[in-house]
Design a protein around this ligand. Structure first.
Ligand code: 5AD
Ligand code: SF4
Ligand code: FES
Length: 345
């Protein structure tokens, strides 16, 4: 079975807006998309799935993104922050489990000065020189990003959330802008980081045109990593009554991304596993090649509640490594624990 637009996307890594709109809005290409995406991932990465140990360092955030449970104005959110020692002991545990990338993610928490972040990064790199350190701590000045890079940070994740400035304005308060977010991403890239961007699928007010704009922005940025997941509502946000994104559209977008960006590192996200029990397995089969097991101390996991019903936060969560490895194998892939740097082609 051949599908002309899927074949064209695979060959040229591009389509017109009209062709993309058709792929995004209908389910009739899904099987062809998934098959082509899996072939392209295997050409570039074989059956390897990279593991990243995720450490959620702080649930404090000064921002007020309308969709997020950690927003500053959410008085019901439980807040915690990890000390340097706690972060290092997460790394110690993760290193023992075989992880060679640590992702330090958190809300925008002014408690951590640049000096503290640099000190933490330096210590991790000193203790584990064979590991990559990824930061995901939000919008900062170019100078701050430069300092973290000099301290040894290798990668930075900052989802652009939505590339359309008007849509961005509906998801964020007036003191945040799509323009500054993009500025951050281009600064990070120029400094030398491996950069991850990304967006939510099915966020409130999102249109097909917005998703096309996201793809166009990514073509311009050419990031190494692209993180996408369904929007999931959180009960204590202004968007509490908004509908969740779907697994179906998220999987479709993942396959489109794999065909447009054959070399990219594409995580099969926790949010996808939250809206559907087999979501992460399906994400791998649709083109994903990264999973990010939670390494945060078990007693804080429930507090990092960006959306409702997040998985991997209960009693079972100490075993994410084993759980995920079984899931990866059941989907037909192999978990690997090297640094997993991007393979540019
Ligand atoms: N549903 C899904 N994803 C969310 N994020 C924040 N809030 C939500 C939500 N309610 C995503 C954003 C952010 C990442 C850390 O989590 O894309 O960049
Ligand atoms: Fe803070 Fe990030 Fe949540 Fe926005 S999405 S409120 S910056 S943690
Ligand atoms: Fe976290 Fe299954 S991956 S409990």
């Amino acid at each position: 079975m051949t599908d002309r637009s899927v074949e064209k996307l695979r060959k040229t890594r591009d389509l017109s807006d009209d062709e993309l709109r058709e792929l995004i809005e209908t389910s009739s290409h899904d099987e062809a998309l998934r098959t082509a995406a899996d072939e392209v991932r295997r050409e570039n990465y074989g059956d390897m799935v990279y593991l990243r140990g995720l450490i959620e360092i702080s649930s404090y955030c000064k921002r007020n993104c309308l969709y997020c449970g950690l927003r500053a104005e959410n008085r019901n959110a439980e807040r915690y922050r990890l000390s340097k020692e706690e972060i290092l002991s997460c790394c110690e545990e993760g290193y023992g489990l075989g992880y060679r990338t640590f992702v330090l993610q958190g809300g925008e928490d002014s408690y951590y000065t640049d000096e503290m972040i640099c000190d933490i990064v330096r210590s991790i790199k000193e203790n584990y020189p064979d590991c990559a350190v990824t930061l995901s701590i939000g919008e900062k000045s170019r100078e701050s990003y430069e300092k973290y890079y000099e301290a040894g940070a290798d990668r930075y994740l900052l989802r652009h959330e939505t590339a359309d400035p008007a849509h961005y304005g509906k998801l964020h308060p007036a003191n945040m802008s799509s323009e500054n977010r993009k500025r951050c991403l281009f600064d990070l890239k120029e400094i030398g980081y491996q950069v991850g961007a990304g967006f939510m699928v099915g966020s409130p007010y999102q249109t097909t045109e917005n998703l096309i704009a996201d793809l166009r922005f990514l073509q311009e940025l050419q990031p190494d990593m692209i993180g996408i997941g369904p929007y999931i509502s959180h009960q204590d946000t202004p968007f509490r009554n908004e509908k969740n994104g779907t697994a179906e559209l998220t999987l479709r977008m993942l396959s489109i991304l794999r065909l447009m960006f054959p070399y990219a590192l594409l995580p099969s996200t926790t949010a996808l596993g939250t809206i559907r029990p087999d979501g992460r397995e399906l994400g791998l089969k649709a083109g994903g090649n990264v999973v990010m097991p939670n390494l945060s101390p078990v007693q804080v996991r429930k507090k990092y509640a960006i959306y409702d019903n997040k998985i991997c936060t209960g009693e079972e969560s100490a075993q994410c490594r084993g759980c995920l490895e079984r899931r990866i194998e059941s989907a037909g892939y192999r978990a690997v624990t090297d640094r997993g740097d991007v393979k540019r082609s």
